[in-house]
Design a protein around this ligand. Structure first.
Ligand code: FRU
Length: 487
């Protein structure tokens, strides 16, 4: 084992194991110590879910990228394994950037990742591999496996990254990765391989025409419910009716042309409308569910951190994906139901003045909520406050007249002035809205209308802010089930 990797492993074992469990989310993965960004190598291998991540153990900031590693039997209770990779070879001296995993026919686990090689003030990126048995991995002697010579023309020749591998119907493998054209716009390249190691360029799967930001990152491509889905995380987005500026995410649904290997988008939507979501990656579970994870954080808001925590970065609650009527639908994995403990239920509570409900509180909870007018047009706004204590709270506001849902954590106790507010238009259903809210100590994820839209946010309000309250301008009826979540 290289010095770099053994140093990282010793450090994370010593420092990571000191972190008390209440300083971590209950069921969201956080880095063992230090910094985490993208999920990598999300896969099922030898009876366990594996989730690797972009990792810099030595600080709460991005630094030379390692791969952290955790495994789980249920996607919610994570056990740390030793860091899988450190930047320690000629092909990845500048970092082991994002990538993915697959099982090889001989039963070994293949990790594909981007090796970064510094060149003066510049760098190049190429695709590399490491192979192992679930804990220890050997980098391939002949790295990099995919070089600039396998990138089509018009590439800027230094942004070429984030390989996502998948099984092809013929028994071989496919891979999508992104590169950047001379005009600074990103595109998705498609490669094929019979064995996961010997890769040939097949086609340009999709090209950014300027609609979605500039460079694209972290692609994923799969078939779901009879259609094809392309996920990308574009940089430098501009605000539109549907998208926010900065680093965003896009789900394109469309058709794949087998004859020339191109994808044609017919619909698009943000994968998640919240502030903290980026670099989504999916896998297929043994029962064939398509499950997605993502970094519950965003480059634009990384200064909003848990000041007293020794780590920075979390993953979302893994989500089951479907496509219905040309839209991506997301639900938290059903395994979460096993964490449900005490339950309280209220049926059609009339809400106008600020109201709290006995048994509805907490920072590790799941709330199933239906809001409806007491009679037609009887309310103009409905507010749910979470993580509330004295003057500190986070609001979810539904405006049925504008068909607008808003999230606002400006009063969450934050000491940073970054984006704390998001709005998303919801379908007009005569003042009806259904919400599923997942709270886990340092986050709040919202699933609207059966997962048609989601909003993910980190929340670093003090742990004793546990209040939840409801109010309406006018009057509305609230039906709610609240589960306390615990192991
Ligand atoms: C996306 C990203 C990837 C890259 C990694 C580096 O968040 O910029 O494109 O591989 O992070 O940590």
């Amino acid at each position: 084992m290289s010095q770099e990797l053994s140093k990282a492993r010793a450090y994370e074992e010593k420092e990571g194991d000191k972190v008390p469990s209440e300083q971590r989310p209950l069921f969201h993965l956080s880095p063992r110590i230090g910094w985490m960004n993208d999920p990598n190598g999300f896969s099922f291998y030898k009876g366990k879910y594996h989730l690797f991540y972009q990792y810099y153990p030595y600080d709460k900031k991005w630094g030379p990228m390692h791969w952290g590693h955790a495994v789980s039997g249920d996607l919610l209770s994570w056990e740390y394994l030793p860091a899988a990779m450190a930047p320690d070879t000629e092909a990845d001296r500048g970092g082991c950037f994002s990538g993915s995993a697959a099982e090889l026919p001989d039963g070994r686990q293949l990790l594909l990742y981007t090796g970064v090689i510094p060149q003066g003030n510049d760098y190049v990126q190429m695709q590399c591999a490491a192979i192992g048995g679930g804990t220890n991995y050997e980098k391939c002697q002949n790295n990099p496996l995919i070089t600039q010579s396998q990138v089509p023309s018009f590439s800027n020749h230094h942004d070429f990254r984030d390989p996502k591998i998948f099984s092809e119907k013929d028994g071989g493998y496919g891979l999508v990765a992104v590169d950047c054209m001379e005009n600074r716009l990103g595109r998705v390249l498609y490669y094929r391989s019979p064995d996961g190691l010997d890769w040939k360029f097949r086609s340009i799967l999709s090209e950014n025409d300027g609609t979605f930001g500039r460079m694209w990152e972290c692609p994923d491509f799969f078939e779901l419910d009879g259609t094809h889905v392309l996920l990308v995380s574009p940089m430098d987005m501009r605000t539109t009716e549907t998208y926010y500026s900065g680093n965003g995410t896009v789900c394109m649904i469309g058709t794949f042309s087998e004859s020339d290997g191109t994808f044609h988008a017919e619909q698009d939507q943000p994968i998640d409308c919240g502030i903290d979501f980026y670099a989504a990656q999916t896998m297929i579970a043994p029962d064939n569910r398509r499950i997605m994870t993502a970094w519950m954080q965003n480059w634009d808001t990384i200064s909003y951190v848990g000041e007293t925590l020794p780590w920075c970065g979390q993953m979302i609650t893994p989500r089951e994906l479907h496509v219905k009527d040309g839209r991506l639908i997301q639900q938290p994995v059903r395994e979460i139901e096993a964490l449900r403990r005490e339950t309280v239920h209220y049926e059609k509570q009339r809400i106008s003045e600020k109201t709290t409900l006995e048994g509805v509180s907490g920072r590790t909870a799941e709330l199933l909520i239906e809001i409806e007018p007491a009679e037609e047009g009887s309310f103009s706004s409905f507010e749910i406050r979470l993580a509330e204590k004295d003057k500190t709270y986070t609001s979810l506001i539904f405006d049925p007249l504008q068909s607008m849902f808003s999230f606002n954590r400006s009063f969450s106790g934050t000491v940073r002035n970054v984006a704390h507010e998001r709005h998303c238009r919801v379908p007009d259903r005569n003042g009806h809205l259904s919400l599923r809210i997942i709270l886990d100590r340092f986050s709040c994820e919202v699933f609207l209308n059966g997962g048609e839209q989601t909003l993910s946010h980190v929340l670093y309000t003090d742990a004793d802010a546990e209040g939840i309250s409801f109010s309406a301008k006018g009057c509305a009826d609230l039906t709610i089930t609240c589960f306390r979540l615990s192991r």
